[in-house]
Design a protein around this ligand. Structure first.
Ligand SMILES: *[C@@H]1O[C@H](CO)[C@@H](O)[C@H](O)[C@H]1NC(C)=O
Length: 322
């Protein structure tokens, strides 16, 4: 049963994702994706838009990777509003502040898309941290649970500019924003629990060129699709259950039937055995009185007669030759 429900959830997710990829009005354009990182994972993952999230890279040492798909308690979990659920199922976190350094070549406007999902805490105020470009806080006191809840995909969008060898956020320079040609993103720990990240996309375009403005539609559509698919699956499950019940009833009826047949067979076999035991020495007289017995008897006498007479004549011939 567990296996079945997992499969169902898996297929629901697949159908929802397939539906969303068609419906999503303004998807990310693959060729504008400069970096896409599957944080906390050693696996690459192709997105529905066709770009590839690479295995985790560019992160600081002394950080930890977690794969929640290993967690038995979370088997079959559906992550709400997730276009790419597998991205949110792995995470990198640090016991202290930590960051990513990602190469940036062309000077232009970019949007940083940070993908989060609270997989552990079920209360607000437990995991609160800041996001920085260089020394500048671009998101303060980020609390994913407070914003979205548990097991809900939540993406943050940060537009920035790369100009004259510097990173600008809202027209303010971010010191240490780019170091040795690499964008310096960091997650700053507060007195609360570990900062974390599930996926990073660096997009070569302004915020309005991303899928940000379509997010409300996307979420509404996700809920409609999910509700529809869940209802369809529930209907199918009910039908299957009914069919199973009917089959079980048939089997019970059939079992009764075979039991009865077995009983009859037992009786017949026993009677046959009794009859055979009675007939163990069939009287010779009875056998000879049957038509077959008479034919056999005639045959026996006839053959005996021929054999004896031929022996007799042969004997005579031998005598004559002598
Ligand atoms: C990146 O920024 C953080 C936060 O300000 C800073 O601590 C760190 O030293 C910077 N990284 C580099 C390589 O300069």
């Amino acid at each position: 049963m567990m296996m079945n429900s997992q499969k169902n959830l898996f297929f629901i997710s697949l159908i929802v994702i397939a539906g969303l990829s068609i419906i999503s009005a303004r998807p990310l354009v693959a060729k504008k994706v400069v970096h896409a990182i599957n944080a906390g994972s050693h696996m690459a993952k192709r997105s529905v838009e066709g770009f590839v999230y690479t295995r985790d890279q560019g992160y600081d040492e002394d950080t930890n990777a977690v794969d929640y798909s290993d967690d038995e308690n979370l088997k079959g979990l559906v992550i709400k509003y997730a276009k790419e659920p597998t991205i949110y199922m792995t995470e990198r976190h640090g016991y202290n502040s930590f960051g990513y350094q990602l190469a940036l070549d062309i000077e232009q406007t970019y949007t940083l898309i940070l993908k989060f999902c609270e997989m552990y805490f079920d209360k607000p105020g437990r995991r609160v941290f800041h996001v920085k470009l260089g020394d500048t806080r671009v998101i303060t006191n980020l609390d994913i649970f407070a914003k979205a809840g548990r097991f809900v995909a939540h993406d943050e969008y940060v537009e920035f500019k790369y100009q004259n060898g510097k990173i600008y956020y809202k027209n303010q320079v971010c010191n240490n924003g780019i170091v040795d040609g690499k964008l310096n993103i960091s997650f700053e720990k507060t007195q609360n629990d570990n900062p974390f990240i599930h996926g990073i996309v660096v997009y070569a375009g302004s915020l309005d060129q991303t899928d940000f403005e379509d997010l409300h539609n996307f979420k509404a559509q996700w809920e409609r699709n999910y509700a529809n698919e869940a209802r369809k699956k529930a209907d199918q499950l009910n039908k299957l259950k009914e069919q199973k019940l009917k089959k079980q009833e048939k089997i019970i009826v059939r079992n009764d039937h075979t039991d009865i047949e077995e009983d009859f067979e037992d009786i017949e076999i026993k009677e046959e055995v009794k009859q055979e035991q009675g007939r163990t020495v069939p009287p010779l007289k009875e056998m000879l009185m049957t038509p077959l017995g008479i034919v056999c008897m005639i045959g026996f006498f006839f053959t005996s007669f021929v054999l004896i007479s031929s022996a007799f004549f042969e004997g005579n011939n031998v005598k004559k030759e002598q």
